[in-house]
Design a protein around this ligand. Structure first.
Ligand code: 13P
Ligand code: SF4
Length: 358
């Protein structure tokens, strides 16, 4: 066993073939003790080493069901935190780069959400249930667990909101304004019944006499890059093209698109589409490129010629993955993601509510 950790800098100069070979060897040594989970936005050269890939919902389910001693999460930080919350004390979750955060998740912190919550209680005492998109810190998940709320992903947001409405309550939805609005619209809630809480001035800006959803005005810069003009431009060029977007895009865009859904849903739709069909995809570029590559019998392009990558997903590289793996073989845990037991307890309540939604 090593006393000092292997140095990450020593991994940055390795050749592509050495990285591939050593990652494969390390995986073989660790065998069933190790599970590598990979989100769809992770680049090809890394995701090929994942045992499973998926959207945030599927990856949460896989983590919750896993018996592996070690889980390396090739995704962003909130995903690894979620995996830690959903796994047992004897399991260890790691992330190849601890700086791989989520710009949207950083748009809501626990203190600001408390402030908003207190303010809203003045108008609607006891009438609101908090729903956090999974793209949020463990503290915010715990806040939901403690206040009768739950977590959702882009593939379970409609069920989560329906669960709240069935109790005759209003929703405080954070941090993604757009997923919240798109889900409300999908459920038939009029936009005039959605208020917006501006996190920068800490006040309700778009109010409503009877808000059923109060939307926190966070957003994903990757998905707000897409515009209705992009849709018009691809439709002008390819009149028969179908548009599919992620529900983190604006409602104007979702309304114009032929379909919208989570990354797993997008992958499934393209998978099942007939040969020769044309698709413009409004989501992260690594995933769109992979779909185009995997479906050469179809025409798959990004919705804009200059899509924005998720800079955080990009931080997960073969060298930091290999560094984690080889340290692990030497008995050294690097980049562990550990949520404190008090926070994890309440956060798990909110996550379990999501996972048990029918
Ligand atoms: P999915 O759950 O659809 O994979 O989305 C995660 C995400 O961060 C999209 O930006
Ligand atoms: Fe966060 Fe957007 Fe990246 Fe998804 S694509 S992880 S929401 S910054």
């Amino acid at each position: 066993m090593l006393n000092t950790a292997l140095n990450l800098n020593d991994y940055t100069q390795l050749s592509s073939s050495d990285l591939d070979r050593r990652i494969s060897e390390a995986k073989a040594i660790l065998g069933s003790k190790l599970l590598i989970l990979g989100h769809h936005y992770i680049k090809d050269e890394v995701i090929k080493f994942a045992d499973f890939t998926g959207d945030s919902f599927r990856l949460s389910q896989l983590a919750a069901e896993s018996q592996a001693r070690y889980i390396i999460f090739c995704g962003v930080y909130f995903m690894a935190e979620t995996a830690d919350i959903l796994t047992g004390d004897e399991q260890t979750v790691m992330i190849p780069d601890q700086q791989a955060g989520c710009v949207m998740a950083d748009m809501a912190n626990i203190w600001d959400v408390y402030e908003c919550w207190e303010e809203l209680q003045k108008y609607y005492p006891g009438e609101i249930i908090p729903v956090s998109y999974i793209n949020s810190s463990a503290e915010l998940k715990a806040f939901c667990g403690k206040n009768g709320g739950l977590i959702c992903t882009s593939s379970s947001a409609d069920k989560a909101l329906s669960w709240v409405f069935a109790q005759g309550k209003r929703v405080l939805f954070f941090p993604d304004e757009h997923l919240g609005r798109n889900t409300g619209v999908k459920l038939g809630i009029p936009v005039k019944n959605m208020a917006v809480w501006d996190r920068t001035i800490k006040a309700l800006v778009k109010n409503s006499d009877n808000p059923q959803i109060i939307l926190w005005n966070g957003f994903c810069p990757v998905h707000l890059r897409f515009s209705t003009e992009n849709i018009q431009a691809v439709k002008n060029k390819y009149p028969d093209i179908k548009i599919i977007v992620h529900p983190e895009c604006s409602n104007e865009l979702v309304k114009l698109a032929d379909a919208s859904g989570s990354t797993e849903y997008i992958a499934k739709v393209i998978d099942e589409a007939p040969a020769g069909s044309r698709w413009a995809v409004g989501t992260e570029i690594n995933m769109v490129k992979r779909l185009a590559e995997q479906h050469r019998d179809k025409f798959v392009i990004p919705l804009t010629a200059s899509p924005r990558p998720c800079i955080n997903m990009f931080k997960i590289e073969r060298n930091n993955l290999l560094w984690c793996l080889e340290n692990l073989i030497e008995g050294k845990i690097e980049n562990e993601v550990k949520v404190s037991p008090e926070i994890a307890f309440d956060a798990k309540i909110a996550l379990d509510r999501m996972l048990s939604l029918k």
